[in-house]
Write a protein that binds this ligand. Structure first.
Ligand code: GDP
Length: 363
C-alpha cells in the first residue's frame, strides 16, 4: 500500500514524513528500505502480532508495511506546471490513498504562503489544483474518444457520458470520488485521476491543542469540511511526532501519557488509512514466522492463500481458522483444536479481521 502526503508548503509534511519513516523501534527491526529520499517504508504497528509472537515464539515477526511518499511542491498553479508542478502530480497518480496535511498551528517563526492560518482555504487551494489536473486528463481523454466512438463500440459512448458527468462535477470543484459511483470509477480506471483517491485530513496542531484539537476553531472548520465530504480528520502535532519517533518504546508510552494520548498520531494515521482502504489483516503462524497479511475486505480464503504463495491458491483445500484472541488464550493451535475452537473453512470463506489462518493445500 502506498500513501502520498500532500499539502501546501510549510504545513509540516516533511516533519510528519520524517517522523513516520524514522519511527525507530518497530521499523528498524525489519528490512527497512528507503527507495528515494521522499519515499519510506514503514512497519504498521499491530499489538496483535506481539501477542501472537509471545505464544508462538517465532524467529521473526513480520508486520504489514506501508510506503509513504512525501509529495512536496504542490502550490497554486501546480496543474499549470508552476512550482515543481506536473512532476509532483504524477507521484500522486501512483498512490492508493492520500493524507492531506493542513496547518492548524500558529508559529510566527514559520511563515505561511498566504500569511495567515486558514486550513479550509489551504485545502481548497490544493483541491483546486488536483481538480484542474484531472480536468486536463478528462479533456484529453474526451478528445481521443471522438475518434474511438467512430469505431461503433458501445463502451466508448458509455465512457464519454461518464467523462462529461465528471467534467461538470470537477468544474464545480468537486472531487471525482464524490462525482462518480464505484462502477463509473471502474470504467475510468485507466484515466489516472487524482481526485478519485481516498483521502484523510491530518490537522497539524500545536502541542497544547492535543489530543483532539478541541478549542482550536481551525480544527473545527476543517472537521466540518471533512464531514461534508465524508472524510476523516486525524489530529496530530507533527513536531511532537518527530520527538516521539526518536524515543524507545518505553519512553514513548510515558511520553504519550504525559500528553494525554492513547497512541501516537502516526499510529492513528496508519490505522485510519487501513480503514479507508477497506483492508483486512489476517495472520499466519507457520514455520519460523508470525506474519501479518493484508487483503481487501471481502477476500475469500483461496485468494488470501494466494497472497502467501500462488501454489496455495491453486491447490487450496481448506483453511483452519481461529480468531487471534482465542489462539492467544489457548497458547497453541493444538490446544485450540482440542477445545474445538479451530474452524475448518472452505473456498467460499470470507477472511475476517484478526483471523489466524493455517492453509491446507495440494502441492
Ligand atoms: P512542509 O513544507 O509542509 O514539508 O513543512 P515542514 O515539515 O518542512 O515544516 C515547515 C516548518 O514548520 C518547519 O520549520 C517545522 O519545524 C515547522 N513545523 C512543522 N510542524 C510543526 C508543528 O506541529 N508545530 C510548530 N510550531 N512548527 C511545526
Amino acid at each position: 500500500m502506498r500513501i502520498g502526503i500532500v499539502g501546501l508548503p510549510n504545513v509540516g509534511k516533511s516533519t510528519l514524513f520524517n517522523a513516520l519513516t524514522g519511527a525507530g523501534a518497530e521499523a528498524s527491526n525489519y528490512p527497512f528500505c528507503t527507495i528515494d529520499p521522499n519515499t519510506g517504508v514503514v512497519a504498521v504497528p499491530d499489538e496483535r502480532l506481539e501477542a501472537l509472537a509471545s505464544i508462538v515464539k517465532p524467529e521473526r515477526v513480520v508486520p504489514p508495511f506501508v510506503e509513504f511518499v512525501d509529495i512536496a511542491g504542490l502550490v497554486k498553479g501546480a496543474s499549470r506546471g508552476e512550482g515543481l508542478g506536473n512532476q509532483f502530480l504524477s507521484h500522486i497518480r501512483n498512490v492508493d490513498a492520500v493524507v492531506h496535511v493542513v496547518r492548524c498551528f500558529t508559529d510566527n517563526n514559520v511563515s505561511h504562503v498566504y500569511g495567515s492560518i486558514n486550513p479550509v482555504r489551504d485545502a481548497e487551494v490544493i483541491q483546486l489544483e488536483l481538480a484542474l489536473a484531472d480536468l486536463e486528463m478528462v479533456e484529453r481523454r474526451l478528445a481521443r474518444l471522438e475518434k474511438l466512438i467512430k469505431t461503433g463500440e458501445p463502451r466508448y459512448r458509455e465512457e464519454k457520458i461518464i467523462l462529461e458527468k465528471l467534467k461538470t462535477g470537477l468544474n464545480q470543484g468537486r472531487p471525482a470520488i464524490e462525482i462518480l459511483d464505484p462502477e463509473e470509477q471502474d470504467v475510468l480506471k485507466d484515466v489516472a485521476l487524482l481526485t478519485v483517491k481516498p483521502l484523510i485530513y491530518a490537522a497539524n496542531v500545536a502541542e497544547e491543542d492535543l489530543p483532539e484539537g478541541e478549542g482550536n476553531s481551525r480544527v473545527e472548520e476543517i472537521r466540518e469540511k471533512a464531514a461534508a465530504e465524508g472524510r476523516e480528520v486525524i489530529v496530530l502535532c507533527a513536531q511532537l511526532e518527530a520527538e516521539i519517533a526518536e524515543l524507545d518504546e518505553e519512553e514513548r508510552n510515558s511520553f504519550l501519557l504525559d500528553f494525554g494520548l492513547r497512541e501516537s498520531g502516526l499510529n492513528k494515521l496508519i490505522k485510519a488509512a487501513f480503514r479507508l482502504l477497506g483492508l483486512v489483516t489476517f495472520f499466519t503462524t507457520d514455520g519460523p514466522e508470525v506474519k501479518a497479511w493484508t487483503v481487501p475486505f471481502g477476500t475469500k480464503a483461496p485468494r488470501a492463500a494466494g497472497k502467501i504463495h500462488s501454489d496455495f491458491e491453486r491447490g487450496f483445500i481448506r483453511a483452519e481458522v481461529i480468531p487471534w484472541q482465542d489462539l492467544v488464550r489457548c497458547k497453541s493451535f493444538a490446544a485450540a483444536r482440542e477445545q474445538g475452537l479451530v474452524r475448518l473453512e472452505g473456498k467460499d470463506y470470507v477472511v475476517q479481521e484478526g483471523d489466524v489462518i493455517h492453509f491446507r493445500f495440494h502441492v
